[in-house]
Design a protein around this ligand. Sequence first.
Ligand SMILES: Nc1nc2c(c(=O)[nH]1)N[C@H]1C(S)=C(S)[C@@H](COP(=O)(O)OP(=O)(O)OC[C@H]3O[C@@H](n4cnc5c(=O)[nH]c(N)nc54)[C@H](O)[C@@H]3O)O[C@H]1N2
Ligand SMILES: Nc1nc2c(c(=O)[nH]1)N[C@H]1C(S)=C(S)[C@@H](COP(=O)(O)OP(=O)(O)OC[C@H]3O[C@@H](n4cnc5c(=O)[nH]c(N)nc54)[C@H](O)[C@@H]3O)O[C@H]1N2
Ligand code: SF4
Ligand SMILES: [Mo]
Length: 705
Amino acid sequence: MAIAIPTDVKTSDERFDRTATTTCGYCGVGCRLETRASGGRIVSIGPALDGPANEGHTCLKGRFAHGFTRSPDRLRTPLIREDGELRPATWEEALDRIVAELERIKGAHGADALAGLASSRATNEDCYAMTRLMRAAVGTNNIDNCSRVCHSPTSFALRKSFGLSGATGSFTDLDQAEVALLLGVNPTQGHPVVGARIKQAALRGCKLITIDPRRIELADYGQVHLAPRPGTNAAVVLGLCHVVRRDGMLDEGFIAARTEGYEALEELLAGYDPQAVEEVTGIPAADLEAAAHLYGEAGSGSLLWGLGVTEHKYGSEVVQLLCNLAMMTGKVGKPGSALLPLRGQNNVQGSSDMGALPDTYTAYRSVEDEEVAASFEAAWGAPLSRRKGLTIPQMFDAAVAGELKAMYIFGEDIAQTDPDTAHVIAALESLEFVVCQEIFPNETTKFADVVLPASAFLEKEGTFINAERRFQIVEPAIDPPGEARTDFEIIGEVCRRLGHETGWRSPWDALDEIARLTPEYAGVSRARLGRQGLQWPVRPDGTDSPTLYDTVFDRPGGRGHFAALPYKAPGDAADQDFPLILVTGRILQHYNAGTMTRRTGNATLVDRDLLEIHPLDAERLWVKDGDRVSVRSRVGRIEIEAKVTERIEPGHVFTTFHFPETRTNLLVGQSADVNTSCPEYKVIAVDVRPMSEEPAFIPVVADVS
Ligand SMILES: Nc1nc2c(c(=O)[nH]1)N[C@H]1C(S)=C(S)[C@@H](COP(=O)(O)OP(=O)(O)OC[C@H]3O[C@@H](n4cnc5c(=O)[nH]c(N)nc54)[C@H](O)[C@@H]3O)O[C@H]1N2
Ligand SMILES: Nc1nc2c(c(=O)[nH]1)N[C@H]1C(S)=C(S)[C@@H](COP(=O)(O)OP(=O)(O)OC[C@H]3O[C@@H](n4cnc5c(=O)[nH]c(N)nc54)[C@H](O)[C@@H]3O)O[C@H]1N2
Ligand code: SF4
Ligand SMILES: [Mo]
C-alpha cells in the first residue's frame, strides 16, 4: 500500500538557520555533536557519526541537556555589589571596578595576594588566557583548576611511573581488550558513552572485573565484582600483584627490558597474600585470586579508574600501584592494553595541559625551569615569577589567614563543590575582593563583588582535550544571551585594562601561540584538527599519538618506574560515634554543581540528592525508604531523604553533591591526598538518624568526651 507523504512539511534544513559540529561540554568522553539552531535557540542536538570518541552515540546530557542555554536564570548583564546587594551594571562599570580593585590590592600587598581559578568546563584557549592574565598581567603563579579535587593524583602518578600526564591509549583499546579492570569508576553514570562501549565489549566476550564498594551497573555484565571497604584500594592492588607474581603470570621480559625498581616491589608484595588482603579489604580471598587470574592470563587488558581511586588520602599512590600491575604483566603500550583514567569534565585534561596549575606552564613544565619561563617571558613581553603559586586548598587557608586578599573565580562553584564548605565560606568571606565569571548565579556568586556574564560551551569557539588526550574543535551553535560575552573576550579585555596586551584576535591565535611555545603540541592547528582532532603529543608535521610508550617510557633512561608503596589506612574511619562510612559521587542525570542540568528536563527525572542505605542498616536505624534523615560527620551536618537499596554494602551510605539545598560538602573534612591535596571525598565517617530522633541527638554528640 502506498504511503501518502504530506507535501507541506519543511525539509529538515529549512527548520534551522544555523548548524555546527562541536564537542560536548559535559564530560571527558568528548562526544562530537551536530547542533541545529533557529532564531538563536538550539532546536536539536545529535551525535556526529564520525566522532572518534562517540562513533555516533551520545548520552542524555550531550543530546538533550541544552535547555539551560536559554534559561531565564542565565546571567545576561554584569553585576556589581553595592550596599550588600548585587545589582545590574554596565561592562564599563564592572571592568573599571575589577581593574581598580586588583591594582589597589597588588599595590598594597603584592601580586601574590591575588589568585585565580581556571574553569575545566571552558576551552583550552580560555584557560590559557587565564594563565596569562594571572602570570603576566597580574604577576603571580597563584592559579589552579578543579583537577585539584578530581584527577590530580592521576596526573602526579602517571608522570612518576611513565612520564606523561595522560591516558596511555584510547577508547578504541576497549574494543580490543580481552579483559577490562575497573577500579573505583562508574562509567554508565559518569561517562555513559564509554559505559555503553564497555557493555558492547562485554557482550562480545571481553571479561570485566569491577572493584567498587557499590555494585555498579557494569558489575552485572562482568565476571568478578569485588566490593572493598572504601579507602583500601592499595591493599586490593597489592593483593592482585601478589597473586600475579605467586602464580607465574609475570611478563619477565617486559620487566627486565622496560622497567626499573621491581626488586623493592617484589619484597613488599610478600606481605599481601589474599588472606591478609581479605582482612583489610573484606574481599574474599578466592574472589581476589579469580580477578588476578582473569587479568594476568589475558593476552591484552586495560585498566580504567576514577575518583574511587583518586579522591582518597593515598589516591596518588594507588594510581602508581595500578601502573605497577600493568608493567608486571606487560600490559601497557600495546593494542587493547591501555591505562585509561576516565577524566571528569569536558576539559579537565586540557585546563591542566594548558598550565592552569600553580607550578607549571603548558605541558607540565615547571615554573622554576629557567629556559621555559624565559620562553614565556619573551612571548608575553612581561617579567614572570619563578616562585610556585598556591593550590586551591592553600588559597583558602591563605585567605583565612589574611594573606590572600582577592580571587578571580572563572567557572567553578567552590562554595558547593569544594570540601569542607564551612571553611570555603570562611575563606570567601575573608577576601577583600571576589570576581566570578559565570553563566549562572551559584553558591559562590553569593560572595562575589563583581559577577561577569560569560558564555557556555554551545556559545563559543576553541578546543577541548578529552580523556584520550585528544584536542577537538568547539564551534558556536548559538550566540551568548543578552550582554554576555565569551570567556576568551572577557579575559583578554581584563588583561588589556591591566596594561597587558595579548595581541590575540581570536582563540585561534591563542592556539597557535600554545603550539609555538609547547613542543608536545607543536603540530596542533585549527586546520589540522578538522573533524577528528589529534591526540597529543603532536609532532610538528601533525603526526599524533593514539598510543603512548609502545617502545620507551617518557622518563630519563626510558624505563617505567615501579613504586614500592605499602597500604596505609584512610584518613577517616568509622567508630562508635560515627559508625557508617559515607561515599559521595555522581548520578547519570546531573552534573557536578548542577547549575546546568538542574535547569533542563533532567530535573524532572531527578530533583534531589538521595542517601543510599542498605536495608540492614535502614532497619537497624528505623529508617524507611523516603524518610528524611539527619547525617552528621566530624565537621558538619545535613538533612537528606533516604533511599533503601542493596546496591550499597552494609556499613556504607552513598550520596551525590548536585543540589545546593543538600550542601553535601558540609560533611567533608580536610583530609586529602598526601601528594596532591585531592580531597578524601570518598571516606567520611558519619552518623545517620531519622529526623524524629534529631532532638535527642544533639546532647548525645555533646556528651562525647
Ligand atoms: N552524569 C554525570 N557525569 C559526570 C559527572 C557528573 O557529575 N554527572 N562528573 C564528571 C566528573 S567531574 C568526574 S571527575 C567523573 C567522575 O566519574 P567517576 O570516577 O566514575 O566518579 P564517582 O561516581 O564519583 O566515583 C566512582 C566510583 O568510586 C567508588 N568508590 C568510592 N570509594 C572507593 C574505594 O575506596 N575503592 C573503590 N574501588 N571504589 C570506590 C564509588 O562507589 C563510585 O561508584 O564523572 C564526570 N561525569
Ligand atoms: N562530595 C563531593 N564533592 C565533589 C566531588 C565528589 O565526588 N564528591 N567531585 C569533585 C569533582 S571530581 C569535581 S571536578 C568538582 C567539580 O566542581 P565545579 O568545577 O565547581 O563544578 P561544575 O558544575 O563542573 O562547574 C562549575 C561552574 O562552571 C560554570 N560554567 C560551566 N560552563 C562554563 C563556561 O563555559 N564558562 C564559565 N565562565 N562558567 C561555566 C557552571 O555554571 C558552574 O557554576 O566537584 C568536586 N566535588
Ligand atoms: S558521554 Fe559525556 S561527552 Fe558524551 S554526550 Fe554524554 S556527557 Fe557529553
Ligand atoms: Mo571531576
